[in-house]
Design a binder for this molecule. Structure first.
Ligand code: NAD
Length: 485
């Protein structure tokens, strides 16, 4: 197949590509050039209602399709993603502003891994049996929930979209999914791939549109029984408020303000190399980026000078160039938000050690949205800069004197998504890992992902866990059957 980004993106409903019923569109802007290069449906509850009808119709057959057959079809989707790596990566970069090498190396390969992982996972999924000796035997059925909603953000578009859709489909559900309206293109191309792969009509429906206009219609639809959402804590709160009185299952993967805790006995070179990545990969627009760097006071000055020197070498430039380490941030509202956060940090008394300003990239990117990687020091743990998610190329440095203070700083946050701990002392690593209030702890590494592990956050970073069996459990309803002997 030959995937080409269309000028008008279409909804994927009942196995066909369709214009939105209201015929309204939103401009789709390439943030690296500032140009509108396609239009996205501004769908509303009418399109969502059609998608739900298609999904309900498909459910009877898909939910009873043998796991081997679901495996075969979902695996074919994974293969077609691999076969179309270059076209998908280019679409992701044009939509999001991230470097093309990153889309090719991370985003698109991970999307096919998500499908492959859950296609195989469902072949091994098993349920419990509880034996009451000489009295009864219980066994647990795990049945698909029904029609489920999957809503995802713009930072890792196809990667996170498929992370939800793949387990939902593998478990036998039919899906109404919405990608971010800011980065819709690879979701559109996925629709074409699903048609080519022979996914039966209505099993997956992809509706494009805004959060209030389309996402909210998915969440409030009475026939959508579960919602898996990744995005901001603000939207997560709204979704929870709608879903709770309707008794829907919800999985919420929300914001973060992750600490990166550095002790003097760390492997210095590895820590330094990884900390540059964990701070600025994808322009800092990964929920797992370490945005608060906590450094033991004995190495604070050494860390600061070496880190700043390395950050200054990060090339910000055209995402299509291999030499660009940093691309554009995703949209003009986000660009303005990040710059406002930097201005706030200055107002709060922070010192900008490097960065802090927009970057003008010439040529085709003359009107692009580029920001210098920015490092700030001199702020307390409880100020807004250290408490609120910026989600851009901005990190702060804070010194600590001992483990106790490091923990206090790390846990002074309403968020609790991930943390990184750098030390060669295994006892200290274990002590810290047990006490840091985050759902994901990396010791001497970052973003090392095993898709079987539970993924999700404490506190305002979310509710529930994704990944491995956790995802397949979320997308199934357990039913206990008790047989008296
Ligand atoms: P967002 O909350 O604005 O939007 C996310 C998605 O939800 C979009 O598709 C949007 O259209 C939709 N949406 C918005 N309001 C909605 C509503 N009321 N009802 C239903 N749908 C709604 O988030 P964003 O700006 O796209 O993404 C950035 C955020 O995502 C950051 O906070 C980041 O930390 C978070 N994030 C979290 C994880 C994680 O795994 N925890 C991963 C990536 C991003």
């Amino acid at each position: 197949m030959n995937l080409v980004a269309p000028s008008h993106i279409a909804n994927y409903i009942a196995g066909t590509l369709q214009a939105p019923l209201n015929n309204r569109y939103i401009p789709n802007i390439n943030p690296a050039t500032g140009e509108m290069y396609s239009q996205t449906p501004d769908s509303d509850e009418g399109d969502v209602a059609s998608a739900v009808i298609a999904a309900k119709t498909a459910f009877a057959s898909w939910s009873t399709t043998p796991a081997e057959e679901r495996f075969r079809i979902i695996n074919r989707i994974a293969q077609l993603i691999d076969d179309n790596l270059n076209a998908l990566a280019l679409a992701e970069t044009n939509d999001n502003g991230k470097p093309l090498w990153l889309s090719k190396r991370v985003d698109i390969p991970r999307a096919s891994s998500n499908f492959r992982f859950f296609a195989t996972g469902i072949m091994h999924f098993s349920t419990d049996s509880h034996n009451m000796v000489d009295k009864a035997i219980n066994y647990t059925l795990r049945q698909p929930v029904g029609v489920v909603g999957c809503i995802s953000p713009w930072n890792l578009p196809l990667y996170l979209f498929t992370w939800k859709i793949a387990p939902a489909l593998a478990a036998g559900n039919c899906v109404v999914a919405k990608p971010s309206e800011v980065t819709p293109m690879t979701a559109h191309l996925l629709s074409e791939i699903c048609i080519e792969a022979g996914l039966p009509a209505g099993v997956l429906n992809i509706i494009h549109g805004t959060g209030p206009g389309c996402g909210a219609a998915i969440v409030s639809h009475p026939d959508i029984k579960a919602v898996s959402f990744t995005g901001s804590t603000r939207a997560g709160r709204e979704i929870a408020a709608t879903a709770a009185p309707m008794f829907k299952k919800i999985s919420l993967e929300l914001g973060g303000k992750n600490p990166n805790i550095i002790f003097p006995d760390c492997d210095w070179d590895k820590m330094m190399r990884t900390t540059v990545q964990s701070s600025f990969s994808n322009q800092g627009q990964i929920c797992l980026c370490g945005s608060r760097i906590l450094i033991h006071e004995s190495i604070y000055e050494k860390f600061k000078s070496e880190f700043v020197a390395r950050v200054q070498k990060l090339t910000v430039g055209d995402p299509l160039e291999d030499s660009s380490k940093q691309g554009a941030v995703v949209s003009r509202p986000h660009y303005e938000k990040v710059l406002a956060c930097i201005a706030l940090a200055k107002d709060e008394g922070g010192t900008i050690l490097t960065g802090g300003a927009p970057v003008t990239v010439g040529g085709r990117c003359a009107h692009g949205l580029f920001i210098q990687p920015t490092v700030i020091e001199g702020l307390g743990a409880a100020c807004r800069t250290n408490m609120e998610e910026i989600f851009g190329p901005v990190v702060t440095l804070q010194p600590f004197k001992d483990e106790e203070e490091a923990l206090l700083l790390a846990n002074t946050s309403d968020y609790g998504l991930s943390a990184t701990i750098w030390t060669q002392d295994i006892s200290r690593a274990n002590r810290m890992a047990a006490k840091v209030q985050s759902g994901i702890i990396w010791v001497n590494c970052w973003l090392l992902r095993d898709l079987r592990t539970p993924f999700g956050g404490f506190k305002n970073s979310g509710v529930g866990r994704e990944g491995g069996w956790e995802a397949l459990r979320f997308f199934t309803e357990p039913k206990n059957v008790c047989i008296e002997l």
